[in-house]
Ligand binder design. Structure first.
Ligand code: HEC
Ligand code: HEC
Ligand code: HEC
Ligand code: HEC
Ligand code: HEC
Length: 403
């Protein structure tokens, strides 16, 4: 009898409930939440499944080739904690691991079915964020994704309003959607360690290190509260209810001007050097989050005929090493070898010596979603991840040509 109870307990704790087709994707919500659904689709949250994200997919492939003891599906289940937290398997047990390693067909199919479910492919979608009844994040352990929340009954949408009424679903108010609270974001964006216990994400920690008195995440990454409506649905002859709402853009470098908006760049020079000052007005490092992002300051010195004399660059980013001291990706690293990212709410001046004969300098500051070395090593091919996101370009004319 006791064994049976344990058996049931294990089955429950390792498997979460299947998602009812009524709530699986944003298409279930689109008709009545058209604006919200449309802007969410432009965000990276809608691309968090490996089938829609070349960098994420190639990262998993790379991990498995570099470390053959890892099984791809096991890594996928592990990463899904945050990347697809409505996954119905929370972890992989030893028996499944053995069967998958032996190439068992049924098991392989079973995992593919779980990992490629429709709601999973839909990414960090409406049902991920709006079915969160309670948050119990332990900051000392970091973000646990699905392990840091209790999902409510399916069909209840939790949100910021106490008086919302919908014909399609139940509604309930919860504090984590209200005002400026970053708690919901921290479920996945606080911090996390890799298998070697090395911290590879720390956006929320960076934010906390400023000691409060900074705005939460939504004002910059959604929008300020503005007048609009939560649903375009209205009963016959009625109008949608006017509400103060935010945009669901989850703005990042690729779908907004967020960097030029919250960084200030100023350049000045004397006859010896050009100083470029960068001020970070965000409450976390830039770049933050994923550990292979880079901000590059590139300066070209030209002579009076516009001929290139010299090119210099400085990179804001981090470098990761494995136990053999070789450069690697964050997920396989044992040490953070260097970190030149700019701290939250801080500024730094980068100085470049002016070469002889220079009459002009052209500088550009751009953002890379993944550094070139590892984009190449992992075989990332989607242009979205390879291109430069230029957010500042300027030209300086020197009064005197340096002799
Ligand atoms: C990453 C988490 C996240 C995702 C994904 C998400 N939402 Fe939201 N949603 C929020 C937060 C936070 C708020 C509260 C915003 C505020 O302060 O008004 C919110 C508010 C709302 C509101 C109330 C109106 C408002 O702006 O306050 C509705 C309705 C809503 N979301 C529907 C949706 C739908 C439909 C989807 C899928 C297309 C979706 N949400 C996806 C986090 C999310
Ligand atoms: C048939 C129309 C309809 C559909 C379909 C629909 N909703 Fe709603 N929803 C509404 C209405 C109406 C409201 C209330 C708006 C108001 O009071 O301003 C609402 C409110 C909400 C709220 C705010 C709840 C609160 O208490 O703050 C959330 C969150 C939400 N819906 C999420 C979703 C999600 C997620 C889906 C898809 C799985 C969905 N809705 C599908 C009509 C719909
Ligand atoms: C369930 C986990 C989860 C929650 C909750 C969550 N995020 Fe995310 N977020 C992610 C993941 C995973 C990605 C990366 C998706 C990708 O690029 O494939 C991401 C990406 C982003 C990005 C884009 C970064 C980029 O790669 O360009 C922004 C901005 C962002 N989230 C902000 C927020 C904010 C603000 C909140 C709170 C309202 C929030 N997120 C809540 C998991 C989450
Ligand atoms: C004052 C505006 C501001 C606030 C507040 C803010 N951010 Fe950001 N965030 C930015 C800027 C600017 C960037 C672009 C630079 C970068 O990618 O690091 C950014 C980038 C990010 C990224 C990475 C995007 C990418 O492309 O990799 C994530 C994730 C993120 N923020 C999460 C958060 C979270 C979580 C919070 C709340 C704790 C927050 N941000 C608060 C301005 C802000
Ligand atoms: C604790 C939650 C969490 C876990 C677990 C997690 N991630 Fe992430 N991941 C995030 C967040 C949050 C972001 C967005 C940060 C940003 O964009 O800078 C992200 C972004 C990424 C990105 C960049 C995606 C893009 O579109 O640019 C890759 C690649 C990635 N994660 C790979 C992985 C892999 C591989 C695993 C498993 C070994 C994993 N992650 C586990 C939270 C998590």
């Amino acid at each position: 009898m006791r064994w049976m109870i344990w058996g049931i307990f294990l089955a429950v704790s390792m498997c979460a409930e299947e998602i009812d087709p009524k709530w699986q994707t944003n298409e279930n919500c689109e008709a009545c939440h058209a604006n919200i659904s449309g802007s969410w689709e432009t965000s990276r949250h809608s691309n968090s499944h490996y089938s829609k994200n070349d960098l994420y997919k190639k990262t998993i492939d790379y991990m498995v080739t570099q470390k053959p003891t890892l099984i791809a599906d096991e890594v996928k289940v592990e990463c899904a904690k945050c990347h697809n937290p409505r996954i119905t398997k929370k972890s992989m047990n030893t028996e499944d691991k053995i069967m998958l390693t032996m190439g068992d067909d049924e098991k392989t199919k079973d995992y593919t079915k779980t990992l490629d479910a429709l709601h999973m492919k839909n990414g960090i979608n409406c049902i991920v964020c709006h079915n969160v009844d309670q948050i119990h994040l332990d900051k000392s352990k970091g973000s646990g994704g699905l392990n840091s929340v209790t999902f409510g009954p399916q069909g209840t949408m939790f949100g910021p309003f106490a008086d919302a009424v919908s014909p399609y679903h139940k509604t309930q108010q919860r504090p984590h959607y209200e005002q400026d609270s970053p708690d919901l974001c921290f479920v996945c964006h606080y911090s996390a360690n890799n298998h070697n216990g090395l911290e590879v994400y720390a956006t929320g920690k960076e934010y906390d290190s400023l000691g409060g008195n900074v705005q939460g995440c939504k004002g910059c990454h959604m929008s300020d509260k503005e007048s609009g409506f939560a649903s375009n649905y209205a009963s016959l002859g009625d109008k949608p209810k006017a509400r103060m709402v935010r945009k669901h853009r989850f703005t990042s470098v690729d779908n907004s001007n967020i960097l030029s908006r919250y960084t200030e760049v100023t350049a000045k020079n004397d006859d010896k050097q050009l100083d470029i000052a960068v001020k970070n007005n965000s409450p976390h490092k830039i770049p933050t989050g994923y550990g292979l992002r880079e901000i590059v300051i590139e300066v070209k010195f030209l002579d009076s005929n516009e001929k290139l004399i010299e090119e210099k660059r400085v990179t804001l980013g981090s470098a990761w090493k494995d136990q053999n001291g070789k450069n690697t990706i964050p997920y396989l690293a044992t040490t953070l070898a260097s970190d030149t990212r700019l701290d939250g709410m801080s500024s730094k001046t980068y100085s470049f010596e002016i070469p002889k004969g220079a009459k002009y300098a052209k500088y550009e500051i751009y953002y890379k979603l993944v550094n070139d070395e590892f984009a190449k090593a992992m075989g990332v091919s989607d242009a979205f991840f390879l291109k430069k996101y230029i957010f500042t370009e300027a030209r300086v004319v020197f009064d005197l040509v340096k002799k």
